[in-house]
Structures are given as C-alpha cells and as structure tokens.
Design a binder for this molecule. Structure first.
Ligand code: 3PG
Length: 411
C-alpha cells in the first residue's frame, strides 16, 4: 500500500520577520497528578527548534497547546509548562491564563519581535473538544477571535494532527499556514520507512484503548501490520473479548475505565483477524508491595504488567521483523517493579536488529531509561503516528494542504 502524503508548505515558504505568528504545539506531557510536576520534557525540547528559529527571525510568537482531557487528572493549566519552556529556551515565555478572551488578545497585540507568549490550555475552551470538518472549525469563536491578530499559522503539533479540532484544522483555513519543524521532520522520517518492504510488527499497549481499537482495525484492514502484539490495558480488553477467565479485579478496571463498549469491537476484530493478534500469556500483580508473576488466568488482583513468558514469546514473534513500531507502555511504569515488562520489550526489539519506531511520551521515558541509543526513530506522536502509519488521513495535514492550495497564489 502506498502512502499518500498531502503537499504542505514548510517554514521556508514564509518570511516571519516582524510578523505575528500563531504556533500550535503539543506539549501535552506525563504529569505527576499530585505535585503537577511535568515528568518528561521531550516534546518541549523538540518544539524548541521551531520556536528558536522564529525568535531568530524576530517574529512575535504566540503558542497554543493542550494538556490532558477534561475529567482526567492531568488536565491542568499550562502555567508550569511556560516555566519549563522558558528554562529550555533560555528565553522568557510569558503565560496568560486566557485563550481567546480580551486579556489574551491584548497580550498578543503587545508582543514585540522575538517575544514568546503561551496561551492557557486550549481544551479549557469547550469548542476545542468538538471534532468536526475544517470548514466548521474555521467558523468557531476561538478561530474567529484569534485570526485577525496573526499573519501566519504554524502547525507543529504532529502528535495531535489526528484530531480534527479547531486549533489544529480551523486556522489553516483562515491564515496562511505551514508545517513546523517537528511536523516536517516526522513526515520525512515516516515517509522513508513506510515504503520499505518486509515485516512490520506493532507492539501496542498503554491506556488509550478507544483510539487503539480503531487503529488496530485500520492497520489490519489496510494490510499494514504483519503482526500486532498487545500489552497493557489494551491487551486486557482483548483477553476479555477472547473469553479469558480474568480475575474480577481486572474486569472491574475494564468497567471503571468505561471500556466495556470496546469488547464487541475487539471480538469482531479477533473474529476477522485473530491470527495476526497476540495477547499476553502471563502478567504481574502487586502482593504486599512486591511484584508477583503468574499465568493470566491464575493471577488474582489487578494485572499491572506483562510477565517474563510474554516477553520471551514476543521476542520470538519479532525476530525476523524489518520494522517494529512500539506505542504505549506494557505496564504501570510509574512503579519501578512494573516497568520490567516495558523495558523487556524495548531490549528485545533492540536485540532483533530491526528498525524501531517508538511513539508516545510514556515509551520515550522507558527508552531513555533502558538504552543510550537504538536504530530507528523516536516519534513525538502516539495516536497520530499510528493513524499515519495505518494509511488513514491526518486531519491536520489535510488542513495544511487545503491552506497551501488556498494561499499559494498570494504568497
Ligand atoms: C497525545 O499525547 O497523543 C496527544 O497530545 C493527543 O492527545 P489526545 O489523545 O488527548 O488527543
């Protein structure tokens, strides 16, 4: 299957000197939900490349991003993000606790060349949660209030490009727009590996189960994956769908997370493509603060990681793969003793000699802990990466392509 990447403009297309530029970044990061400390600064460091370039070009820079989702414990203000970004850039990043109201608009107008302003979490604004067509998002209050203040829009949030939300797909229809440096680099890296022949094995875990079930279906329908090895909560949902005799505590977790609706979908995927999907044979639970491993059906309590047998099984499954794509941790990596499964998967992938693509913030943290270097690509995206690799369009890229068409003649 060939990958259709829409033609978009890059930062080389515009002169940003003295211009007002709105940049959609994605600094959504793992956060300690009690102390609110940001646990991983990888996305900040990546976006720093785009922002530094704009500072050097003497643009008046406004950044817009999200953190978490309403109802989740990591759904917080971006105040701390501004501080962290300031220290990484070595330049003050001002923060305003407003998104498109009078205070934000005034702060944007007052920006001088090379100054940087970060707006409040855009998901505090309810319109941002609606996923709709770019034409409708271009008419939202958010987009119509901010558009008149800017000359250009840069979409650098590759990791959110799979969301058809106003801050991603609305502005490209109202402003001359281009891809930022992260977006450009990600597309380039993925374009290179996409066309390569040979086995592609996906190792998918983590907790974003709703998104992942859909992506698994696309990977298989579009004939992209040779094999999909499941870990984490995602694996437990598929084990349930396979009628594995799971402990009541595990079923409780699936219910608590609102995932019962995914079971029929998982069953349908298994019915059609079961031979391509592998689930763990063992796991680990916590007993008196210690890790205890056992076979999936014999374990009592919440399963918090995959076990040694599964790591070995998956090691065999990936031998011979040309490309391995790993997204989402295999267990509760916040606890050292349940990080073993994720680290085991990373080591097995490296030993296989295949080209590895890691996606999602949590895996980056595991990789940083496990190895100094590897042969492959570390993507800033999780869901966006997999949507892209599954051959499905990324709404953010599509919107940039519409923008390029619309404004090309007036450049
Ligand atoms: C991510 O971390 O995958 C992106 O920031 C997108 O977040 P979302 O899944 O909440 O839209």
């Amino acid at each position: 299957m060939s990958l259709k990447i829409p033609k978009v403009l890059t930062m080389d297309s515009f002169n940003f000197n003295n211009k007002y530029v709105l940049v959609r970044i994605d600094i959504n990061s793992p956060i300690n939900t009690e102390s609110k400390i940001i646990l991983d600064d990888a996305r900040f460091r990546e976006h720093a490349k785009t922002i530094r370039e704009l500072i050097e070009e003497k643009a008046c820079i406004t950044l817009i991003s999200h953190q978490g989702r309403p109802g989740d414990p990591d759904f917080t203000s971006l105040n701390g993000h501004a501080e962290l970004l300031s220290s990484i850039l070595g330049v003050e990043v001002r923060f305003i606790d407003d998104i498109c109201g009078p205070a934000a608009r005034e702060a944007i107008r007052r920006l001088n060349p090379s100054e940087v302003l970060l707006l409040e979490n855009v998901r505090f604004h309810s319109e941002e949660l609606l996923e709709r067509k770019p034409e409708l998002q271009a008419k939202t209050y958010l987009v119509s209030k901010l558009t008149p203040l800017f000359n250009y829009f840069i979409l650098d949030a590759f990791a959110t490009a799979h969301r058809s939300q106003p801050s991603i797909v609305g502005f490209p229809l109202t402003l001359k727009s281009c891809a930022g440096r992260i977006m450009e680099a990600e597309i380039e890296a993925l374009r290179k590996i996409y066309g390569e022949e040979g086995g592609k094995v996906f190792i998918l875990g983590g907790s974003k189960v709703h998104d992942s079930v859909k992506i698994i279906e696309n990977l298989l329908v579009n004939n992209v994956a040779d094999k999909i090895l499941l870990t984490g909560l995602l694996a437990l949902v598929f084990l349930y769908a396979k009628d594995a005799r799971l402990d009541s505590k595990v079923i409780e977790v699936i219910k608590e997370k609102g995932l019962m609706g995914e079971i029929p979908k998982a069953r349908e995927i298994l019915r059609k493509y079961g031979e391509y999907i592998k689930t763990p044979v063992d796991g680990a639970v916590e007993v008196d603060g210690r890790r205890v491993e056992g076979d999936i059906e014999s374990l009592r309590g919440r399963i918090m990681d995959i076990g040694a047998k599964t790591i070995n099984l998956y090691r065999e499954e990936i031998s011979g793969a040309n490309t391995i794509i790993i997204r989402g941790p295999a267990g509760v990596i916040e606890k050292d003793e349940f990080r073993i499964g994720s680290e085991g998967i990373v080591k097995a992938a490296i030993e296989s000699g295949a080209y590895i693509i890691f996606g999602g913030g949590h895996m980056r943290a595991v990789v940083d802990n496990t190895t100094a270097s590897f042969h492959g690509h570390m993507s800033t995206g999780g869901g966006a990466l997999l949507t892209f690799l599954s051959g499905e369009p990324l709404p953010g890229l599509e919107a940039l392509a519409i923008s390029a068409q619309k404004y090309l003649n007036s450049l």
